[in-house]
Design a protein around this ligand. Structure first.
Ligand SMILES: O=C(O)C(=O)C[C@]1(C(=O)O)C=C[C@@H](O)C=C1
Length: 382
């Protein structure tokens, strides 16, 4: 029987040949890339790759090896594509991304919309970003805000997309897909919930608590200590505060901010009732123009994938091979296609970076319906 050293020597010899063949193959792929730049051909040829995988699988013995060589060749061809995308980008074949670079946002002359009513967290986020004197109005739903932006009755909307304890605002992801609006900035608002009621209300008098569903979720521990209170979800925390004031019934209370309580003349009965002390909500600033700030450092995209094994894995490799740091991924069901998903990915970068252009080139060819949703930074700071 051969010793381990002898076997390793054999492997080294095989690997030397494989490395040499890999180098030769990539050199040919480089030429294929140059040909494709000139001929204006697409890099990704799904049928050719399918045929190639079937062909190499037919040349090895046993199911295990057939599966293995297919996986190996999927990777080899994926490297080949990435090399070719680089050539295309170097040759300027990416074209200009249809986003216009700007140096600052005109916050002073902006007309801004938020969802909810006076005292909503959305208003606080808007004031944090645009200042207290901003020219603004409010609408009832997130959809109304997206419509106001799309039709141009507002220049910007400030809308919540994620809470640090309750997670994503799913509806916002669906609306970003549905509307031709783009993210130009984000701002993070610390969210501190209170239990507020009519002045002089005692906790023992309370029977019903109103708030937005997410806020009720974020204060579950406190509310569980008062399990006899009925929890009723309304469209917004500020609307909950308004209702408590209007109904003038001490059996009712609201989970809302100190700001909303003050605006609607309520008394803070218990402060800081969040389950998590560090509770923040990330708001996006949305507009109907394809613009990005010069030094924007984060990109959001969306795409759909076929219902096939390995499709997400293959797509995400574009981030790895271009050294891009992916910071978030969300998925939402694609309407009318059961068990198919639309993915929303955030990653670090600027639309002018070569690595970003490379990745987008690959993603555009290999995923369905790729859309760039925006290139921005926290607080729009540059
Ligand atoms: O044959 C091509 O068109 C190539 O670009 C080469 C290659 C490969 O590496 O084999 C790479 C990408 C294509 O999707 C198909 C095959």
């Amino acid at each position: 029987m051969a010793t381990l050293e002898e076997l390793r020597n054999q492997l080294d010899e095989i690997d030397n040949r494989m490395a040499e063949l890999y180098q030769m193959r990539m050199d040919v792929c480089q030429q294929v890339g140059e040909y494709k730049v000139k001929a204006g051909r697409k890099v990704y040829d799904r049928q050719r790759e399918k045929d190639k995988l079937a062909d190499v699988a037919s040349k090895v013995q046993g199911e295990f090896n057939k599966k293995g060589i297919k996986e190996l060749y999927s990777q080899v061809m994926s490297m080949s594509r990435k090399l070719q995308y680089q050539r295309l980008v170097e040759a300027g074949a990416l074209g200009r991304l249809p986003f216009i670079q700007i140096h600052s946002l005109d916050k002073e002359n902006a007309r801004v919309v938020f969802q909810g009513t006076e005292g909503a967290y959305g208003q606080a986020a808007m004031n944090q970003f645009f200042g207290e004197d901003v020219n603004c109005f409010h609408v009832r739903t997130f959809r109304d805000a997206m419509e106001a932006i799309e039709e141009g009755s507002a220049d910007f909307a400030v809308l919540p997309i994620e809470n640090s304890s309750a997670g994503p605002v799913n509806e916002m992801y669906d609306l970003l897909d549905e509307f031709e609006n783009y993210i130009v900035a984000e701002t993070i608002l610390p969210v501190v919930h209170t239990l507020s009621g009519l002045p002089g209300t005692r906790l023992s008098e309370i029977k019903r608590v109103y708030s937005k569903a997410e806020a009720l979720m974020q204060t579950t521990r406190f509310l569980d200590d008062h399990s006899d209170w009925q929890r009723i979800s309304v469209v917004n925390t500020a609307i909950a505060a308004k209702k408590v004031l209007e109904d003038q019934d001490k059996a009712q209370a609201a989970v809302c901010s100190t700001y909303a309580a003050k605006i609607h003349g309520l008394e803070v009965l218990v402060d800081e009732i969040n389950d998590e002390a560090d509770n923040s909500t990330r708001f996006i600033v949305v507009t109907n123009q394809k613009i990005f700030l010069k030094d924007a450092s984060k990109i959001s995209i969306e795409f759909e994938l076929p219902h096939e094994s390995g499709s997400l894995y293959n797509i995400l490799s574009h981030f790895i091979y271009n050294d891009l740091n992916m910071t978030k991924i969300e998925s939402r069901p694609v309407e009318g296609k059961q068990w198919e998903y639309r993915f929303f990915v955030d990653f670090d970068g600027n639309l002018e970076d070569a690595a970003v252009k490379n990745a987008i080139r690959g993603l555009r060819e290999e995923a369905r319906n790729l859309r760039i949703l925006g290139n921005y930074s926290i607080d729009g700071q540059i």
